[in-house]
Design a protein around this ligand. Structure first.
Ligand SMILES: *Cc1c(COP(=O)(O)O)cnc(C)c1O
Length: 363
């Protein structure tokens, strides 16, 4: 057993997973208490009267192909949200271990940690430095936590360090060299979870191809953003097979609904993939156009550079902008309550028409 498994909770390592009904699609299923007829209006391929494959291996092979990894390195789940939940439960012992986050960032890292009873160590990104990733500050926080852990016994170490690249909601990415340096330093101590939910919209390459050389790296990908499948709830965690095997013991059987599995297969057909790639290009062009137009508006203080499909924008009166957008029938994200973001709203890049409506609501 390598350090990767030893990092996991001992009770999870010892767990025997739920024994699901056998999966032999060629045989008549009289072993799972399903109904033998389809429900009226069931238009699925496989029939929704049947349980889906307990662990969707074919789907995982398809996603592994999409992301350029061996299938043993990938686990599919209900969005990357489920991956975050599984990682937290697998590695953080309640009332002992911790995760490290760099707010403002995606909210689920802290929410999953709190549900699990894990501590949350925060190393804020600072507005003065353009919300850039602060490696020395992260190092210092980790050292201090280790020191507290040794001294107090009852307080455990940081097990997961989250890094969102590009970061939601600031839109920027840390340099690959910085991320890899941290991954190297964490070896033997913690996992570096890099959330690449928006990487398709970025000029930065995914770090997936580096994983073989950096065992501490865990990468999250999702079909919710660039592939337009948020409603299907499908994401993937990519990590060393030892970690994948552990996560597989705690993911519920039948996690992915049959309708979602079928939607993913259809979406990942070559002709549909070409459409997705073209749309990513359209969003990136529209993002730059919207950013330029916003900079000309009097109430806009700053449009932060973005590598994602949204813009972080500072306004002189963000409350008034929210109101006017709402009156025009548009929802934008209020970030005034987040660390360092009191003047800021987050605006998802829409169709040209939506973006024009937003601009018109401003002045
Ligand atoms: C939207 C988003 C996700 C995606 O979550 P899913 O559960 O896959 O829909 C993950 N991480 C970040 C940072 C996001 O903004």
């Amino acid at each position: 057993m390598s350090w990767l498994s030893e990092l996991a909770r001992a009770d999870i390592r010892a767990l025997s997973p739920y024994q699901h009904a056998r999966w032999e699609p060629g045989l008549v299923r009289l072993h799972a208490n399903e109904l033998p007829w389809r429900a009226p209006c069931d238009e699925s391929q496989a029939g929704l009267n049947r349980y889906p494959e307990p662990h969707p291996h074919e789907l995982e092979s398809r996603l592994a192909l999409l992301y350029g990894v061996d299938a043993a390195w990938l686990l599919a789940g209900r969005g990357s949200d489920e991956a975050i939940d599984l990682l937290t439960r697998c590695f953080c012992q309640a009332s002992r271990d911790a995760v490290l986050i760099t707010p403002p960032t995606f909210g689920m890292y802290a929410v999953c940690a709190r549900i699990q009873g894990a501590a949350v160590v925060e190393v804020p990104l600072r507005r003065e430095t353009g919300f850039s990733f602060d490696l020395p500050a992260v190092r210092a926080a980790l050292t201090q936590r280790d020191w507290v852990a040794k001294r107090e016994g009852a307080v455990g170490p940081v097990k997961l360090v989250y890094l969102c690249a590009p970061n939601n909601p600031t839109g920027n990415s840390p340099a690959a060299a910085t991320v890899l340096a941290l991954a190297r330093e964490l070896e033997g101590r913690a996992l570096l979870v890099v959330d690449e939910a928006y990487v398709e919209f970025s000029e930065h390459a995914s770090l997936i191809q580096e994983m073989r050389h950096y065992p501490a790296l865990v990468i999250l990908r999702t079909l919710s953003k660039a592939y337009g499948l948020a409603g299907a709830r499908c994401g993937a965690v990519i990590a060393a097979p030892e970690i994948i095997d552990l996560l597989r013991t705690i993911i519920p059987p039948y996690a992915l609904a049959q309708l979602s599995i079928e939607a993913v297969f259809r979406t990942l057909q070559a002709d549909h993939l070409a459409v997705a790639a073209e749309r990513v290009g359209t969003i990136k062009r529209e993002r730059e156009r919207l950013a330029q137009a916003l900079r000309l508006k009097g109430e806009v203080l700053k449009v932060w550079p973005s590598e994602a499909n949204f813009l972080l924008v500072d306004f002189s009166d963000p409350g008034a902008v929210l109101e006017r957008a709402h009156t025009a029938g548009l929802l934008v994200r209020d970030l005034r309550g987040s660390v360092g973001l009191h003047p800021s709203l987050r605006i998802s890049v829409g169709t040209r028409e939506h973006n024009e409506q937003l601009l018109a609501s401003l002045s």
